[in-house]
Write a protein that binds this ligand. Structure first.
Ligand SMILES: Nc1nc2c(ncn2[C@@H]2O[C@H](COP(=O)(O)OP(=O)(O)OP(=O)(O)O)[C@@H](O)[C@H]2O)c(=O)[nH]1
Ligand SMILES: [Mg+2]
Length: 459
């Protein structure tokens, strides 16, 4: 049997508990993947692939998970022996990581690690490492670190627990006390990080308040990771954001104005993935919330996904929105039917697209918009749809010429109309009036009418 690792950070899979910064680049590492029963391993392979980790072998054991060690103990011992007896040229010779195809419990992680003695990542740890590698902003780094420390803490507590009950020998000679110190340090860091995160969220909330006070409307992009959110954001706002064929390229929120529509702000943010445990997701909820709490929520779905996958993703996304907004399914349909956008239309055939459109209809969404950011199709229609959803149909505004010397100049009123919404046409008539076609929210229209009374007509 291999020696259990003394360093709790190795076990916790972070390197961050004692040593400060976690290792962030895992490019080029080799791993084996442990799978119980007949699970579909594609997602795990994609996640590993995104990080540049090669899975050299998938080891399958039929049957149900062992609550203590995931695989049966005997099988793990075999694997451990195999590692011990590696010679150059052995397919596992470069493997320094064991991936476990499940969201493992702390007990299982400790259990496997005790027997195999290598770095062990379950699905959550793989995700957290991926997040750590991709986190570019202070906001994202803070969130990821919080999620990571929380996850590490459960493992360290399990270790401490096993040592107290004598299930396991103390590590590094220090035993329980040393472990308690590590946990105490970790708690302190968590408190500080949470403070920083709160500050950031407050600042963000203030920004949001200011934006809405200025009459701006927000459109949030919500969808699974790799759906094409950032690509669409880039096309519609002209703002440069990271677009990559990788899972979780985006981890933070970016806000940009929709081109030609200065009053509409677009919100690009982190995507979804299934079965992320609540404790891990909690750190990201605030970020996703930024898009879900927008005036208009746009659900993006990759049209080139298989049908079953699309169904699952649409349903999960809807559930997330429903929970977040505190609505039941009926409430969601009645109040804010989210606009659904099928992306990557260039990748699919017409008949497949038709089937997807039918499916979306069956799932209770309004007719989806179909776009391709690659071929620039469907984008103008989508912009129009956004404007109509937020502002209703455009209205005709007539600004009458001043009657008396004390009256405001028409230019002043016209300038205020520009403040209130998006002006599409502006024409000076021979009788001295100005005719405008404007997209403006009802309350902005009412404000104009209150302010300018007889001088202005809105139809
Ligand atoms: N063929 C095709 N590919 C697209 C289209 N839109 C996006 N993609 C590709 O899909 C991949 C993911 O796009 P992103 O815009 O980064 O997706 P995202 O939803 O922001 O993903 P995350 O930030 O990782 O959650 C990239 O490789 C894009 O080039 C499209 O219309 N057609
Ligand atoms: Mg993105």
């Amino acid at each position: 049997m291999a020696q259990p690792p003394d360093d709790p950070t190795l076990l916790a899979g972070s390197g961050g508990v004692v040593l400060g910064e976690a290792r962030t680049n895992h490019e080029g590492r080799s791993a084996i993947l442990l799978v119980r029963g007949e699970a579909d391993t594609r997602e795990m392979e994609d996640l590993a692939g995104t990080m540049g980790i090669t899975i050299v072998e998938t080891v399958v054991q039929p049957g149900r998970e062992d609550p203590r060690t995931y695989f049966g103990k005997g099988r793990l011992l075999d694997i451990s022996d195999e590692f011990e007896s590696r010679v150059p040229g052995h397919p596992w010779s470069n493997v320094d990581l064991v991936l476990v195809h499940t969201n493992a419990t702390a007990r299982q992680l400790v259990g496997i690690s005790t027997i195999v003695g290598l770095e062990i990542w379950d699905r959550v740890r793989l995700l957290l490492s991926l997040f750590t590698a991709h986190a570019a902003s202070v906001e994202a780094r803070t969130q990821v670190r919080i999620a990571r420390l929380q996850s590490d803490r459960t493992v360290l507590r399990e270790l401490a627990n096993q040592q107290t009950t004598g299930e396991r020998a103390g590590y590094g000679g220090g035993g329980v006390t040393a472990l308690q110190n590590v946990i105490a340090n970790l708690n302190r860091e968590l408190t500080n990080l949470r403070k920083r995160q709160r500050k950031h969220l407050n600042a963000q909330r203030e920004h949001r308040r200011q934006r809405s006070r200025s009459g701006a409307m927000t459109v949030g992009f919500v969808g699974y990771t790799n759906a094409g959110k950032s690509s669409l954001f880039q096309r519609l706002s002209g703002k440069d954001v990271l677009v990559q064929d990788k899972l979780f390229s985006t981890l933070e929120t970016t806000v940009g104005r929709m081109e030609k529509s200065p009053r509409i702000l677009l919100v690009d943010t982190i995507g979804f993935l299934d079965n992320i445990p609540n404790a891990t997701l909690a750190a990201f909820k605030a970020t996703i919330g930024e898009a879900i709490d927008a005036d208009m929520t746009m659900v993006l779905v990759d049209a080139s996904d298989p049908l079953l996958e699309i169904r699952r993703k649409v349903e999960t996304t809807r559930r997330e929105i429903t929970e977040r907004q505190g609505l039941d399914e009926d409430g969601l349909r009645a109040h804010a039917p989210p606009c659904l956008v099928l992306t990557k239309a260039d990748k699919v055939s017409g008949p497949h697209l038709d089937t997807v459109v039918d499916l979306v209809d069956e799932l209770g969404f309004p007719t989806p918009s179909v776009i391709s950011t690659l071929e620039n199709t469907g984008l103008e229609e989508l912009q129009l749809r956004v404007r109509e959803h937020l502002f209703g149909a455009p209205c005709g505004v007539t600004v009458h010429p001043p009657q008396g010397a004390d009256d405001d100049a028409s230019e002043r009123i016209v300038a205020d109309v520009y403040e209130a919404g998006m002006v599409e046409e502006n024409e000076a008539l021979v009788n001295g009036s100005v005719r405008l076609v404007v997209w403006a929210a009802a309350e902005q229209q009412a404000r104009l009418k209150r302010r300018w009374g007889e001088r202005i007509d809105i139809k």
